[in-house]
Design a protein around this ligand. Structure first.
Ligand code: PFF
Length: 446
């Protein structure tokens, strides 16, 4: 069934808003800080920034470029463009792997979206007021230990995602992104200002920006690269799909730069907001996935008007998570809708329920199934590792190899509007630095 995918973005701004809705999410505010804490601070940040600039940015541009040329869903786009350029239609597998990655990521993403919902409600009810570090730790561990509580919030989050995608109103959210994302940014800045008052801001700066180069090893590099893909929503086909709605006149490089800077700044500011609280309260930076949930309530519990600020913060975080989550569900829904007789609503329900069920397994790995290990990892960690560290980079690698090596170089250069020196830098990045970088990371870390 042909879908009417091919309306175009009404402007560059609408496109940026949609892309930002997908890119900015739990990855920036929940995942980035805990990975920094887990992987040794500034060494991780340094490698992460290099991965964003040298690998993430060119792959983002490549995915948009492929999408804009193909004007179809990622699987058909890859297959057809490969054919047109005399290559194997097996390139379509790249699109398929992206769809599958989105499916797997959403299952555990929704569990964390549920935590954010739960903390919204906890803020309103004043649960955090006057708590100390032990108190918030107990609240968080109490939530993790209770499968029923986790299940309830995960289910509610998935219902919201399914509801939005089933009604096909995802584009209607751009207006909301425009106001709510800046609001989230402002609240993060308020938290940074609070961090300045803790007397531990200098320590935070050193922790995040003064790298101990000897701490950089294969596992730090693999983690940083995976995070770069995750945070920019790369290697999922989603950026290819967004690119398929792009008009010829949009400058891909400039737009990518805007999005990448925005996404990176939000992640860094989240780190600057969280670590002063960690150090001021003697918490462990390598606390893991619970990091923002045991630090931010301390700030909100001790700040004038903190209950209100906490409520708004977790609401906005939930919103940011939702706009990313719908972009994770959309590819699976389109895939099922196109290849089965199911209607959009039925396709959304079927995929949403399957993802929900996998999410239940992920949330049980925090409690009753905590000893179920796959390759030594809990179900939650396994899903995260498999997708962020392997599937996304491999799919992204394929996209950039395709643009760098399989498409006609002259036409890519014209499409990106590059002069001689720009073309040289682009070719260096797209043909060598980015692909070899990704491959080297795999080789060294395996
Ligand atoms: N980029 C999102 C975040 O940082 O939270 C997560 C994500 C969304 C990853 C969409 C991949 C994706 F396709």
């Amino acid at each position: 069934m042909a879908k009417q995918l091919h309306a175009q973005w009404s402007s560059r701004l609408t496109f940026i808003l949609a892309v930002t809705g997908s890119a900015v999410g739990l990855g920036n505010i929940w995942k980035f800080p805990y990975m920094v804490g887990d992987s040794g601070g500034a060494a991780f940040v340094l490698v992460y920034l290099l991965c964003i600039a040298l690998v993430g940015l060119p792959i983002l541009v490549s995915e948009w470029l492929i999408g804009r040329r193909g004007q179809k869903n990622p699987i058909n786009t890859m297959t057809e463009q490969a054919r047109q350029n005399g290559h194997s239609p097996a390139w379509g597998l790249v699109g398929l792997s992206g769809v599958l990655a989105g499916f797997l990521i959403l299952s555990f993403y929704s569990v964390i979206g549920g935590w954010s919902l739960s903390y919204t409600v906890n803020s309103i009810s004043g649960t955090f007021a006057g708590q100390d570090a032990d108190g918030v730790g107990e609240l968080f561990n109490g939530m993790l230990a209770s499968p029923g509580v986790l299940l309830g919030w995960h289910s509610l989050f998935m219902v919201l995602v399914i509801g939005i995608v089933a009604r096909g109103v995802t584009k209607g959210l751009e207006g909301a992104v425009r106001t709510l994302m800046p609001a989230l940014g402002i609240l993060l800045l308020v938290l940074v200002v609070y961090g300045l008052t803790t007397g531990h801001f200098g320590e935070t700066l050193a922790f995040m920006f003064n790298p101990d180069l000897s701490a950089i090893d294969g596992s730090v590099i693999l983690a940083a690269m995976g995070q770069a893909f995750f945070t920019l929503s790369l290697g999922m086909g989603i950026m290819m799909a967004y690119g398929s709605y792009l008009g010829e006149n949009v400058d891909l490089l400039r737009t990518a730069r805007t999005v990448v800077i925005l996404d990176t700044v939000i992640a860094l500011v989240a780190g600057l907001a969280i670590f002063p609280i960690v150090f001021a309260n003697g918490l462990d930076p390598s606390e893991g996935p619970g990091l923002i949930f045991v630090t931010l309530p301390l700030a909100f519990g001790n700040l004038g008007g903190g209950a209100f600020l906490g409520l708004i913060f977790f609401l906005l975080l939930t919103f940011a998570a939702l706009t990313s989550a719908i972009s994770l569900l959309e590819p699976t829904v389109e895939f099922i809708e196109e290849r089965t007789p199911l209607s959009r609503i039925a396709a959304t329900l079927v995929s949403g329920c399957a993802i929900w069920a996998l999410g239940v397994a992920a949330l049980l790995s925090f409690n009753v199934w905590s000893d179920v290990l796959i390759l030594g990892l809990s179900i939650f960690d396994f899903l995260d590792t498999l997708t962020s560290k392997f599937m996304l980079p491999l799919t992204g690698l394929a996209a950039i190899i395709f643009v760098g090596w399989c498409l006609e170089r002259r036409s890519v250069r014209d499409e990106l509007g590059l002069g001689d020196s720009g073309a040289m830098v682009w070719n260096l990045l797209a043909r060598f630095v980015a692909p070899i970088g990704v491959i080297l990371v795999f080789v060294t870390s395996l």
